[in-house]
Design a protein around this ligand. Structure first.
Ligand code: GDP
Length: 453
């Protein structure tokens, strides 16, 4: 372990709550805390133990605390780590942090604890990124993919692929040393089948992004339909129940879920609900590209019709327009309370879902249908899903390089070109796990973390 500056930050969220945790990490973490802690001598205690005592600034007692001790390298960051559980008062927290800073620690940068964990080999880059995802996860599905990634499912798979490829790269590079003699250490047929195999896995990972992204960020949904068919009413009806559930939990922030609903663990996000009226007019304002674009971004469209307003032919032609966008859609007829038998018969061919948004009739069935449409049920808990746009970009570049390797085998190029393309593929794979990383990349990733993570 290199000698590391000791950093300190509040690790829990600010706001009300009984307890706060202040995290200290670095070579001198234990010594710095020990100087202001009255209780057992922390320098004499074993790792993974908890100690009660007080924190003192001179003679003044700032708080009674519990100290959790982790002696490096067996800690989150790999360094000596001390976590102080204090009473959650802003005043206490600020005083203790100041005290530790005057004792030789410095305030941590955003994500610096996790950055150190990465630099000390406690986790690879994709696992470190999963920590942020895990903290941000707000549904069973997003939690599951983040947890899977943090525990290394994704990295293990990539590691195996890289190792196999490195083996071939080194054989080919060996050929370069014997270039005069025209020998082939790397069997081209074997190399080809390995590259094909790896490319299949890489492509599968790229494809999994669509699903992974949806699980992580929610399924983007648009409610489409003419003005006054009941779009806002339906949205409210979908969201209301959710709000009621959530507002029962004291202290939860409701803002973030204002336009999200959670159906059996999958979150559905309603796109641009503020502008939903505009979006809805899309069907009328044919050819308005901007609104069409919005709908194309959706993973699912709820097309809402009101037979009081439009006859079946009109509804049919609107459905055709929605279908032309190529996005899965659900046809829903609203205001069933006003529906006559004639209406129902006229609409029978369309096989819509009948609801009354205002009276909350059929809304549960609609939710089930939404879930069916996104087709996520065959998700296995062991499936490796890519959820990160940075990873999918690196995988695409990997696949491109692998394509060049294959070309190079089929239309034989010299070993040095082949080696270059393999190295390129390895480089892109390494970008994901961080075996290849630059300061800029690390800055970019960890600066998005909060301080204390
Ligand atoms: P939007 O323009 O598509 O967002 O439509 P709104 O949600 O504003 O609804 C237009 C009107 O239809 C409002 O007066 C609603 O109360 C009414 N409405 C919505 N759903 C129903 C329903 O299920 N039955 C009846 N009778 N009226 C409804």
């Amino acid at each position: 372990m290199a000698n590391q500056e000791t950093i300190v930050a509040l690790a829990t969220a600010t706001g009300s709550g009984a307890i706060a945790i202040i995290r200290v990490s670095g070579t001198d973490a234990i010594a710095i805390v020990n100087r202001v802690f009255r209780g057992k001598d922390l320098s004499q205690q074993s790792t993974h133990t908890v100690h009660f005592g007080t924190i003192r600034d001179g003679d003044e007692v700032l708080d009674e605390v519990l100290v959790s001790l982790f002696v490096g390298p067996n800690s989150y960051t790999g360094e000596n780590v001390v976590e102080l559980s204090t009473h959650n008062s802003r005043y206490i927290i600020e005083r203790i942090i100041q005290l530790l800073v005057s004792g030789g620690a410095r305030a941590a940068q955003p994500g610096e604890f996790t950055l150190r964990a990465f630099l000390n080999g406690k986790m690879d880059l994709s696992q470190a990124e999963a920590v942020a995802d895990l903290i941000a996860s707000n549904s069973a599905a997003s939690h599951q993919v983040a947890m899977q990634q943090m525990r290394g499912g994704f990295s293990n798979l990539l590691k195996q692929l890289r190792e196999q490829l490195i083996h071939f790269a080194s054989l080919i590079e060996l050929e370069l040393d014997f270039s005069e003699e025209d020998v082939e250490f790397a069997n081209r047929e074997q190399l080809k089948s390995l590259v094909l195999e790896i490319n299949t896995v890489v492509r599968r990972l790229i494809t999994s992004f669509e699903q992974g992204n949806v699980l992580k960020n929610g399924v983007p949904v648009v409610i489409a339909g003419k003005p006054n068919v009941g779009k806002s009413t339906l949205l409210n009806s979908l969201l209301n129940e959710e709000r009621a559930i959530v507002s029962d939990i004291a202290g939860t922030t409701r803002d973030t879920i204002e336009d999200e609903i959670n159906i059996h663990g999958v979150s559905f996000r309603f796109i641009d609900t503020a502008g939903i009226r505009d979006t809805m007019d899309i069907i009328e304002a044919k050819g308005v590209e901007r609104t069409r674009e919005k709908m194309r971004q959706a993973r699912l469209i709820i097309y809402l019709a009101d037979p009081q307003q439009d006859d079946v032919d009109e509804i049919d032609s609107q459905i055709a327009e929605v279908a032309a966008l190529g996005v899965p859609y659900v046809v829903v007829v609203n205001k069933t309370d006003l529906l006559t038998q004639t209406h129902r018969e006229a609409l029978a061919n369309i096989k819509p879902l009948f609801i009354s948004a205002k009276n909350n009739v059929g809304v549960e069935e609609l939710k089930d249908e939404l879930l069916r449409k996104v087709n996520l049920h065959n998700l296995d808990s062991d499936d490796v899903l890519v959820t990160n746009i940075r990873h999918v970009a690196a995988l695409r570049k990997t696949s491109e390089s692998l394509g060049k390797v294959l070309d190079g085998i089929d239309n034989p190029v010299t070993s040095d070109f082949l080696a270059m393309d393999i190295r390129q593929a390895l480089h892109h794979l390494g970008e994901i796990t961080g075996s290849v990383s630059t300061d800029d990349l690390l800055d970019n990733i960890f600066s998005k973390f909060c301080i204390g993570k």
